[in-house]
Design a protein around this ligand. Sequence first.
Ligand code: ZN
Length: 139
Amino acid sequence: MQPANSHHLVAAHARLVRALRMRCPGCGGRGVIRGWFTLAPQCPTCGLHLDRGEPDHFVGGYLVNLAIAETVAAVLWATLFIWQWPDPNWDLLQWLAAALMIALPLAIYPFTRLLFLAADMIFQPKRPGDYGDGDPTFK
Ligand SMILES: [Zn+2]
């Protein structure tokens, strides 16, 4: 276990790499994912509250998720469209667009939840809700 007051010293890229590996952005510990769409309430290693004490913290994760997923979907679609030019298969492109827009946000959901948490911790390394009421670093 890490001391609670050392988590703000971690480099920004380390938090993002931890998120991409589905680890706790605070300490790198495992076990922060309960199911594909559910984070554990707290990191089992360092005790970080994964919603930082805010019930609507997931909203930021949704925004990051949609921004990344729809950008990737648009790039993949445009790549196929250009590759097939001048005779694109419109049926395929239509179904592919729909499939990508539905599948990609779901496929990358846990990564984007943790990426948003990591980015949030980079800009605001310490918050009163991070370790609950018992956080000795918040007096
Ligand atoms: Zn942790």
